[in-house]
Design a binder for this molecule. Structure first.
Ligand code: C2O
Ligand code: CU
Length: 462
């Protein structure tokens, strides 16, 4: 693997990258200490933003480098991490997209107790799939994630081909005022629509970072959309790329990136062909909304390696069971709701209810449990027929299992396993899966205001 030399900006952004070896799974018996903590960071490039929340490995911290570490795991190998809560409020860790045991899923009141300030919780599991995943709390999520607690997970597969470089991009916004300090996390009228957008857009906690990569080389770009609201429409300028994986799962047929939507919670892996000329850049752009803006740039260094996107072959697939096409259909209706009021929770409440699944509104982590959407038989196939009866897109995430879109009334890429489907306005889509992981699994919109304002539920598999 090629060493990537950094400019001043890239070097700053790479401070975290250099911690990657430390982040590797620890030897058996000595878990990583994943410390949830308060801090501060220079997020808008000029002011010190106080009261950020993040993760670090171990107790030592650099308050100016707040980005949660990239956690590297290996497919089929045991991983262990001890969550140490140094926040002033309860928290948990959810390992988004990893098909692991229910007791490790990180949902308070459902799969584990709250982890109170000063307490710890030991997570142990073996990731079955290789790819790009992520981690975040499942308690007071709008606040904790909004203030920084969204980190990327890379599960390596030793069988993967090697590339000239690999770069991880953690895409997210911040709701900051002109002085760089946090402002209110949401506005009720926006929570009732597409969600409240951040005011400062970052990649790896930097504005428009630039990374150096070998000229003419093939770069594996692991992109995770960890924002609580924003749906990205990603495209490239100044170079070409193929999409090789989506939401932690390799594509059977990689295809060229033109424009592709990536919603909150989703991931996209690209192989980017760097320009041949030293100093030339490829820009990753967001083209959703009226003004395109740069997510990150890659700058070519050294003599051209003459890489060829035509040489890019599919990555080895994950073993996700294929559902019986004649499986039982479970209708799921996503609607706005007329229900008012909200449920109290130690894990935070928005104080509003705007959304529902099958006409029931629930924020997802309260002690007063609703009935499950369905009781599923372990090992059986099912199809969620998801109907989005709203004029807004909803990234719907299922915990603990992967499903495949097998039909839709709108143009959509079908067939790859995923944990989060970006359901478009008025879309009806069939999501097929084998209920092979026992337990209670949340299903919710990953626009966190939508989740916390009611678009959340769960299924029970036994
Ligand atoms: Cu990424 Cu229930 O969440
Ligand atoms: Cu939503």
């Amino acid at each position: 693997r090629t060493l990537i030399k950094g400019s001043a900006l890239a070097a700053a952004a790479f401070g975290a990258g250099m911690m990657l070896p430390l982040a590797r799974r620890a030897a058996a018996g000595s878990p990583l200490n994943l410390v949830a903590h308060d801090g501060s960071a220079t997020i808008d490039g000029q002011n010190i933003t106080e009261r950020t929340m993040s993760y670090r490995l171990g107790e030592k911290s650099n308050p100016r480098d707040g980005l949660p570490p990239v956690l590297r795991m290996r497919k089929g190998e045991a991983f262990a991490a001890r969550l140490v809560n140094r926040l002033k409020e309860p928290t948990t860790v959810h390992w988004h997209g990893l098909r692991i045991a229910n007791a490790m899923d990180g949902v308070p009141e459902m799969t584990q107790p709250y982890v109170y300030p000063g307490d710890t919780f030991d997570y142990r599991f073996t990731p079955p799939d290789a790819g790009t995943f992520w981690y975040h709390p499942h308690c007071n999520t709008l606040e904790q994630m909004g203030r920084g607690m969204t980190g990327v997970i890379v599960v390596d597969n030793p069988q993967d081909p090697t590339f000239d470089a690999e770069i991880v991009l953690n895409l997210r916004d911040w709701r900051l005022g002109g002085d760089g300090q946090f402002i209110e996390q949401f506005k009720p009228r926006d929570a009732a629509r597409s969600g409240t957008y951040g005011t400062v857009r970052t990649t790896n906690w930097h504005k428009e970072p630039v990374y150096d990569a070998p000229a003419g080389g093939l770069v594996r770009l692991r992109i995770a959309a960890t924002d609580v609201t924003r749906i990205y429409r990603l495209g490239l300028e100044g170079g070409a790329a193929k999409i090789v994986a989506l939401d932690g799962n390799p594509l059977e047929a990689p295809f060229p990136l033109e424009l592709f939507d990536v919603g909150p919670g989703q991931r996209m892996e690209l192989v980017v062909r760097m320009p041949d000329g030293e100093g030339e850049t490829v820009r990753l752009l967001n083209l959703r909304g009226s003004t395109p803006w740069t997510v990150a740039s890659l700058r070519a260094t050294g003599a051209s390696r003459k890489g060829d996107l035509g040489d890019v072959t599919p990555l080895p697939a994950n073993e996700v069971p294929v559902a019986d096409p004649k499986a039982e259909i479970i209708p799921l209706d996503f609607t706005a709701t007329a229900e008012h009021g909200a449920r109290a929770s130690i894990c935070g409440s928005l104080g509003y209810t705007f959304w529902a699944i099958n006409r029931v509104a629930w924020p997802g982590d309260t002690p007063d449990r609703i009935a499950p959407l369905a009781e599923l038989k372990l090992g059986r196939s099912y199809i969620f027929r998801m109907a989005n009866r709203t004029p807004h897109a909803h990234p719907i995430h299922l915990h603990g299992l992967s499903f495949r879109a097998v039909a839709s009334n709108q143009p959509r890429l079908l067939g790859h396993p995923t944990d989060t489907i970006l359901l478009q306005p008025d879309e009806t889509a069939d999501l097929a899966f084998v209920a092979d992981n026992p337990g209670e699994w949340l299903l919710h919109c990953h626009i966190i205001e939508h989740q916390k304002a009611g678009m959340s539920s769960y299924v029970r598999i036994s």
